[in-house]
Design a binder for this molecule. Structure first.
Ligand SMILES: *Cc1c(COP(=O)(O)O)cnc(C)c1O
Length: 441
């Protein structure tokens, strides 16, 4: 197993032999795990290809539209590709589902805000049965009083926390569903929280329970970080709308901006009427020259997501062997690309992030430092050397400087670069004696 180090030169990155061979052994032990991740990517790639072919994607799709963007064939075709993939071809007559995939959607938060603000009306209530949503949604909902929030428009909010960050509180959910509950929002990924990421099956179980009480309630999934990690997406288990960011999984690393919504036709129409204008809806919105990177990124996305998953699994296995608490544990089923590692000291958190940064294709010479971030009580350290600013399908790591010095690691466009990032993090910590070196053997 000396082939890799001799031929490919990990020593050029300053990685020492004990770290290198530890990485080799961990990778060997993950053989079966990686095989199953590769199988998921293979099957999802076939589904993407089928969707591209079914919708007769052609060179013509990649022409550039400007101005109003009327009759933008490429944009409309891309939205059909998303529709068919995420609805898994369950609606052959295209009566039920539609999609909105646009560069004018600036980020994941914008996509989620669009879905909520367009599908709720004054007097309605939004309900989260999985606890408090992602940080930026606290402003959108108005939990943090904010201009233009749902609450300012007279839309109320209720939530049921997950028990131990893990289990649905069915009694409480039943109590909180009421006549005004108009939309249920379920966040699939843990995001940067302490809770568990939900699998598609678990989301299905929750949806069945909710529909048993309130059959007609609309159910939206914050699908950020979850796309392509499993064989099915949540429309398959009865969700009405999926929402996400194109600078995460479905952009495949190529989309430089954008967000998507896919799901029930009427809900997509509401969102389109709010994104552009009542009456205009999906008919306007120049794609500029984004259709090709969006389409090609979607084609690559199952493979890119696979690389990010392998990176997360590799990091989880390395650091759990060194005595750190990681989540998810490697025997847990995965439904997103995030791995958290409790590094136990500020020095370890800083060394880890320095290693991730040093392995990046862009800005590798930068040394990340903890600093103040609006909205956080403690200083935060972030490592990211990405082609697309803020893209978290590219290898990145961040964490606040407080107990338990938890770092969140995500992304990795390629397996070699993800693997190198994890090895560099191990190396920086090795040099500073931040774990028991005897555990490497
Ligand atoms: C990233 C993310 C968002 C918000 O996306 P931005 O693009 O950062 O605005 C929302 N929810 C979850 C679960 C996320 O991971």
């Amino acid at each position: 197993m000396d082939i890799k180090e001799e031929i490919f030169g990990y020593e050029n990155f300053g990685i020492e032999r004990p770290v290198l061979s530890f990485g080799e052994r961990v990778e060997e032990a993950l053989f079966e795990r990686f095989k199953s991740i590769e199988k998921i990517a293979e099957i999802n790639s076939l589904k993407v290809l089928h969707s591209l072919q079914k919708n007769r994607v052609s060179t013509e799709c990649f022409s550039v539209s400007t101005g109003y963007g009327y009759n933008d064939y490429g944009r409309d075709t891309l939205e059909k590709v998303y529709r068919d993939y995420f609805s898994e071809f369950l609606d052959p007559d295209n009566e039920k589902y539609d999609a909105l995939v646009r560069p004018q959607i600036t980020c994941g938060t914008h996509a989620l805000a669009l879905a909520l603000l367009s599908n709720l009306r004054p007097g309605d209530e939004l309900f989260s049965p999985v606890g408090q949503p992602y940080d930026t949604l606290l402003d959108v909902i108005g939990i943090n009083p904010t201009k233009g929030s749902l609450m300012e428009y007279g839309i109320s909010y209720a939530e049921s926390p997950l028990i131990d960050g893990r289990y649905f509180d069915f009694d409480d959910i039943k109590k909180k569903l009421n006549d005004r509950t108009a939309l249920v929002t379920i966040q699939r990924s843990r995001g940067y929280g302490a809770r568990k990421t939900l699998t598609v099956d678990e989301i299905g179980e929750l949806i069945s329970f909710i529909r048993g009480i309130k059959p007609d309630v609309r159910i939206m999934i914050d699908n950020c970080y979850g796309e392509f990690t499993e064989l099915h997406e949540p429309l398959f288990v009865g969700a009405d709308l999926l929402v996400g960011s194109l600078i995460k999984n479905p952009g495949g690393g190529l989309a430089p901006v954008g967000g998507y919504l896919v799901g029930r036709k009427d809900m997509i129409e509401n969102a389109a009427f709010r994104l552009t204008s009542p009456g205009l809806g999906k008919e306007v919105g120049a794609s500029l020259d984004m259709t090709r990177p969006f389409m090609q990124g979607f084609f690559l996305a199952p493979e890119i997501t696979k690389n990010a998953m392998k990176t997360a699994v590799f990091a989880g296995e390395c650091f759990s062997r060194l005595g750190f608490t990681v989540s998810p544990a490697n025997d847990e089923k995965r439904s997103d690309i995030i791995e958290s590692i409790d590094l136990k000291s500020p020095e370890a958190l800083i060394a880890f992030c320095e290693g991730i940064q040093a392995a990046a294709p862009v800005d590798s010479f930068v040394v990340p430092e903890p600093s103040y971030m609006p909205g956080y009580a403690d200083d935060v350290i972030m490592a990211a050397g990405a082609f697309v600013q803020g893209s978290s399908i590219e290898l990145s790591a961040d964490g606040p400087l407080r107990e338990p010095f938890r770092v969140f690691l995500q992304g990795g466009l390629t397996w070699p670069s993800g693997r190198l990032g994890v090895l560099m993090a191990l190396q920086k910590m090795y040099e500073r004696n931040l774990y028991d070196k005897s555990l490497l053997c």
